[in-house]
Structures are given as structure tokens and as C-alpha cells.
Design a protein around this ligand. Structure first.
Ligand SMILES: Nc1ncnc2c1ncn2[C@@H]1O[C@H](COP(=O)(O)OP(=O)(O)OP(=O)(O)O)[C@@H](O)[C@H]1O
Length: 239
């Protein structure tokens, strides 16, 4: 069943068409990776899905409801949560308090405390929970932000380049983290450049190029597609 159904969506910025007549379905329960060269329109498509931009044309359905004109906050209430490209944790506050702030929307008292511990452990941040978020490594800050997105217990989690700037070890751990909450039923749409990571997590892959869907399917099928290799994988297909 499609949890997200993007139908014929376009987004123009003046004379530039960043996203052009895109159809995309994300099935409930899958990890779906969106790949493509710089400027392909991936972040714009994410912003269209979460409502940060209105589309120029087309429609977006979430759980079979047309949400094209809904505000971002209403989409969050429906069960969407996003982690944008740059980490935006509260750097001057302790790690634990960052998680608490994110949980406050939904939980209080003992329930909040229990969920706080569960998330800190899941994120490998329990030992550093008293540190200021700004003192964490870049990778840990990304995990903290993923945790803040998870605190909303979304049905759909959108992650825009969650491993940017991470070491290979941190990247691998991030993949395992995503797989663990996907195993609990969360649907994940993730933009990534790192092919080893895509191989680790993706059940389906969509390639975007110049704002259009260029290919879709399993990673294996996509890697065999010479046109895809030409536009994109030739540069980054290192594994
Ligand atoms: N707010 C905006 N105003 C004008 N042009 C924009 C805006 N946002 C994106 N663009 C343009 O739209 C195109 C797609 O950009 P987008 O950031 O969606 O690509 P991307 O695939 O996410 O790239 P990257 O991998 O570098 O993050 C680019 O040409 C970009 O310059």
C-alpha cells in the first residue's frame, strides 16, 4: 500500500523547473532511497512532500488523503517527520534536554522519561546525554537530530543526507539505526549519495535527474542501467 503518493508534481522557481512532473510512491513499511546528482531536485521534492513548498502543479497523497494544500504542521500531525540536511540541534543545551524538548509534544511524566532513555540508548548517546549538544561530534549531532525526528513517532521519516560528513563507521551505524526502526514498522524515505549506504538500507531506489524520474527499482537493477551509470554512478560507484 502506498503511504506517500506523489502524482505529476512540478515545482518551478522563476524560469527554473527544479522538479518536473514527478510520480513517486513510497510503500508503507519500506526504506526507499532517492538518489541523483547535485541539483537533481531531491531536497526540493522532500520540501514538497512535507509542505515547505507548494507545488506549481500536481498532487500529493498521504495515507490515501490528498494533502497538497495542507500546512507543514498538519502533515506532522498526520505522521510525517523530517530531518533536513544541516543538523539543527539546540547546541547550547544538553543532549538529554534536546530529546526532552522533542518528546514534550507527545508525552509527559514517567512515559516521557522512559522514552527518553530508550531513544538515548538507541542513538548510542546514553553516555553523552549530559554533554552540550554542540560538544558532540558531527556524526553524533546527526544522530541526535534523527532522534528528535523519531521522538514524534512518525509513520513516515524523511532523512535528507543523514550521513553527510560522517566517517565510514558512523555511516554504517546510521544504516543499522535506520534498519532497526524500519524493522519496528516505520517507513523511511532517504536522500543519499553514498552507494554502500544505499546498498545497506534500501529496499527500493528512485533516481532523479534534472528534476525528472530517471530510473526506479532495486539497487541491483539500477546499477546495471548504463544510462544511470553515465549520469551519476560513474562518479560515485566506488563499491
Ligand atoms: N528556493 C529556491 N529558489 C530557486 N532555485 C532553487 C531553490 N531551491 C532549489 N533551487 C534549484 O533547484 C534545483 C534543484 O535543487 P535541489 O536542492 O532540490 O537539488 P538536490 O538534488 O537536493 O541537490 P544536492 O544533492 O546538491 O542537495 C537546483 O538547480 C537549485 O539551484
Amino acid at each position: 500500500m502506498a503511504l506517500v503518493d506523489v502524482r505529476g508534481v512540478s515545482k518551478r522557481f522563476g524560469g527554473l523547473t527544479a522538479v518536473s512532473d514527478v510520480d513517486l510512491t513510497v510503500n508503507a513499511g519500506e526504506v526507499h532511497c532517492l538518489i541523483g546528482p547535485n541539483g537533481a531536485g531531491k531536497s526540493t521534492l522532500f520540501k514538497l512532500i512535507v509542505g515547505l513548498y507548494p507545488p506549481t502543479s500536481g498532487s500529493i497523497l498521504f495515507d490515501s488523503t490528498d494533502i497538497t494544500t495542507e500546512r507543514p504542521f498538519a502533515r506532522v500531525q498526520r505522521g510525517m517527520s523530517i530531518k533536513m540536511q544541516a543538523p539543527s540541534v539546540f547546541k547550547e543545551l544538553p543532549v538529554r534536554q534536546n530529546i526532552q524538548i522533542a518528546l514534550q509534544e507527545r508525552l509527559s511524566g514517567a512515559e516521557c522519561a522512559a522514552e527518553e532513555e530508550r531513544l538515548l540508548t538507541l542513538l548510542n548517546l546514553a553516555e553523552d546525554s549530559g554533554k552540550l549538544a554542540g560538544a558532540l561530534s558531527h556524526g553524533q549531532q546527526q544522530w541526535l537530530e534523527i532522534g528528535m525526528a523519531l521522538a514524534l513517532q512518525p509513520q513516515l521519516l524523511l532523512l535528507d543526507e543523514p550521513t553527510a560528513g560522517m566517517s565510514p563507521e558512523e555511516t554504517y551505524k546510521t544504516g543499522e539505526l535506520i534498519k532497526s526502526f524500519n524493522a519496528e514498522g516505520m517507513t523511511v524515505l532517504v536522500v543519499e549519495h553514498d552507494m554502500a549506504f544505499v546498498r545497506q538500507v534500501a529496499q527500493r531506489v528512485t533516481v532523479l535527474h534534472l528534476g525528472k524520474i530517471f530510473a526506479r527499482g532495486s539497487l541491483e537493477a539500477i546499477l546495471e542501467d548504463e544510462k544511470v551509470a553515465e549520469i551519476y554512478l560513474g562518479k560515485t560507484h566506488a563499491h
